[in-house]
Design a protein around this ligand. Structure first.
Ligand code: G3P
Ligand code: CA
Length: 358
């Protein structure tokens, strides 16, 4: 098999990178040092911390600034009065917010599993782990590099950049300062990602670290909406939109089915339905790192499930084999062990290349 769709005479691309989505979040509560360390031991090339801000300006690894979705804050009587209602990226949300807590207060909280109905086994770790600062994550990477002898990459995402900028807690410069303080500059295996545009453009003016424009399956970047713009994610995914992205970013992180390979009406994955997205992105020099590959049946295409239990593992590796054959450059997965195995199977097959002149 040839790793890039298209010409049989083109050389194989580099093996796809395995990006541990929020750590090994299929096995442990997300965004904990335990989840990141497990991911590295499972073979992840990069670990992904999503980042939000505390009131006192510390970057912490959380997917949401809403703390009640993945922490035990609701069980803490001392913080009951902090519950409030706020607009986040145009949506009204009631809960506890990272920007209302100092780092010292947040470090008294403990992580809990986000989706206990799908991952009940992960709940045995509820209440056991604090959540790390970005610097904690960087130091873990350095320790794991020493322990394993492998180079490990870091793939931070700025969450809600417009929201935090409006609060006077802009993420971008503290992120770069933290990365540079610990030696994670350009030339190291680092990517910075965002669903918004303006902060990536700002980052482009500040750093040569590769930037990844995330593309959601609907709507538009919040900063574009807040400025009254009309640019949608679908428009950004056209050849013209991708060429525009290439002026400030080095790659794209598209939702895998909407942009690369739509499911049919029965929820099945059919490789013949692949779009030209990968080819179009590569044509303008953008890497393609789709999200998010998960092993449980409820997240898989119907023809890659095994059995009827939505919580049970299906065949993630067969799903990944199809996407890898499209020529993607990497992928986000909650199950880095399975992701690395699928990637390595393809790499072994490509050792037979080239077939064309035999
Ligand atoms: O960053 C890639 C992927 O993680 C985007 O989705 O919502 O899990 O951050 P999300
Ligand atoms: Ca993310």
């Amino acid at each position: 098999m040839i790793a890039e769709s298209g010409s049989a005479n083109s050389p194989p691309r580099d093996p796809a990178i395995v990006i541990a989505h929020r750590g090994a979040s299929g096995y442990l509560p997300e965004h904990t040092l335990a989840a990141y360390a497990t991911a590295i031991l499972q073979g992840a090339d990069f670990i992904e911390p999503d980042l939000v801000m505390t009131r006192d300006g510390h970057l912490i690894a959380r997917h949401d600034n809403v703390l009640d979705w993945t922490t035990d804050v609701a069980q803490r009587p001392g913080f009951a009065a902090r519950r409030t209602t706020r607009q986040i990226d145009g949506t009204t949300i009631t809960g506890w917010f990272s920007e209302d807590f100092t780092l010292a207060e947040i470090q008294t909280l403990r992580a809990v599993e986000r989706i206990p109905e799908v991952r009940p086994g992960n709940c045995r770790f509820d209440g056991q782990f604090t959540f790390p600062t970005l610097t904690d994550v960087l130091r873990l990477v350095q320790a794991m590099e020493r322990a394993t002898g492998r180079k490990i990459g870091i793939y931070p995402e700025t969450k809600h950049p417009t929201h935090f900028q409006q609060l006077g807690l802009a993420l971008e410069e503290p992120l770069l300062e933290a990365l540079h303080r610990d030696g994670f500059g350009s030339g190291e295996p680092v990517f910075i990602q965002s669903f918004e545009v303006a902060n990536l453009r700002k980052l482009r003016s500040l750093t040569r670290i590769p930037l990844i424009q995330l593309l959601a399956p609907q709507g538009q970047p919040y900063d574009v909406a807040a400025a009254g713009g009309s640019l949608s994610y679908d428009q950004m995914a056209t050849p013209k939109g991708l060429a525009q992205i290439a002026t400030y970013a080095d790659g794209v992180g598209p939702e895998k089915n909407h942009f690369l390979l739509p499911l049919d009406q029965a929820g099945r994955l059919d490789p013949s339905h692949a779009t030209d997205f990968v080819k179009n992105a590569h044509r303008v020099g953008l890497k393609v790192h789709p999200y998010t590959f998960r092993a449980e049946n409820c997240f898989l295409p119907t023809n890659h499930r095994q059995g009827a239990d939505p919580k049970a593992p299906g065949n993630l590796e067969s799903e990944l084999a199809i996407f890898l054959a499209l020529g993607i450059d990497g992928f986000f997965t909650d199950h880095p062990d399975l992701g690395a195995r699928a990637r390595d199977v393809l790499a072994r097959q490509s050792l037979d290349w080239p077939h064309a002149d035999q």
